[in-house]
Design a protein around this ligand. Structure first.
Ligand SMILES: [Zn+2]
Length: 324
């Protein structure tokens, strides 16, 4: 007899939208919901929106699925006390600072709830269902507005003594570099965040650099995005290729530190900005090999994530699957 299927709800609580889904134990998203977070209306509203997304899924689920839902996993930006379920300093949802989200959800739905930092949940998702399946030790880097990180050691999510482990975006790559939101200077995140990449291109173009991305945005430089810069690079644009090579080198430099500290089998690079593909991965891997111990060069694999658009939902659901 095949093993019985069971399910979890995975929720990605973001600053602008809440994405939630019902996920089967084999890693398939069978139902989805997406609603605005409405951060401007305050913490109570955000909690109620979160509960709304979850209750919509319960309502839509076929009865056979509903009774096999084992729990609810939620990924939230910021630092999260996992056991207690309290959120600290979520950057895009400040109203949730100090709030016990776990308690709120457990009371409302009478199901076990698990809360984690979103990038940590993402790493656990890649370990459970994606590119990190079968590894003992791995690291996942998520490239988006910032650079998020998650660490799996001995098959488990590692969060450190103060629940802050995995803040890989704040690896310093230039001692006297650009100021970062965290108070430090020269953090890798400050050089590879989506807005920074776009802004860098805008400045260069305004200063006279030629790039075909200008055509892709019909001359409106405010519309430049990493996605379009990747398109321009793939079409052979010299400036865009150079820009991605530099972004790759910055991340490759940070990966060397990760490799030296943790010695993971794999470093998975995922998130929207990572979709640039080879134009990012080639220089990133080259820089890693240039700077790392010879012994590690071919042993540590640097690979793209596999969960793509469902990373948030699958990652959060894996918080439940890893516990049950
Ligand atoms: Zn920083």
């Amino acid at each position: 007899m095949p093993p019985k299927k069971y399910y979890a709800i995975g929720v990605d609580l973001g600053g602008t939208k809440i994405s939630a889904g019902i996920v089967s134990s084999s890693g398939k998203v069978i139902l989805r919901e997406k609603i605005p977070t409405m951060v401007a209306l305050g913490g109570k509203t955000v909690l109620n929106r979160l509960a709304l997304a979850i209750s919509l899924l319960f309502k839509k689920a076929p009865p056979a699925v509903r009774k096999e839902i084992r729990g609810i996993g939620i990924g939230i930006p910021g630092m999260v006390e996992h056991e207690k379920g309290i959120v600290h300093e979520p950057p895009n949802i400040p109203a949730l600072n100090g709030v016990n989200v776990k308690k709120f959800i457990q009371r409302r739905f009478k199901k076990p709830a698990f809360i984690a930092n979103d990038a940590n949940a993402h790493a656990l998702g890649e370990h459970t269902f994606g590119a990190g399946k079968g590894t003992q030790n791995m690291v996942c880097i998520t490239l988006g507005t910032g650079l998020g990180g998650g660490i799996i050691l001995n098959g488990k999510l590692y969060t450190g003594s103060f629940e802050n482990a995995g803040e890989l975006g704040h690896i310093v790559i230039r001692k006297e570099g650009i100021p970062c939101n965290c108070g430090n200077t020269g953090c890798v995140e400050a050089y590879v965040g989506a807005n920074f990449i776009a802004e860098r291109a805008r400045k260069a173009i305004k200063a006279g650099t030629k790039s075909s991305v200008v055509k892709l945005v019909n001359g409106d430089l405010s519309k430049i995005t990493p996605h379009l810069l990747a398109k321009a690079a793939r079409q052979g644009d010299r400036y865009a290729r150079q820009l991605w090579a530099e972004v790759g080198e910055e991340i490759g430099t940070a990966i060397v530190s990760i490799a030296n500290i943790l010695g993971p089998e794999k470093v998975i690079v995922s998130g929207g900005v990572s979709r640039a593909g080879d134009i990012l991965f080639k220089p990133m891997i080259k820089e890693f090999k240039k700077r790392s111990f010879k012994y590690l060069r071919t042993r540590i694999k640097i690979v793209p994530g596999k969960l793509l658009d469902d990373a948030g939902i699958l990652g959060s659901s894996s918080l439940v699957f890893k516990q049950s």
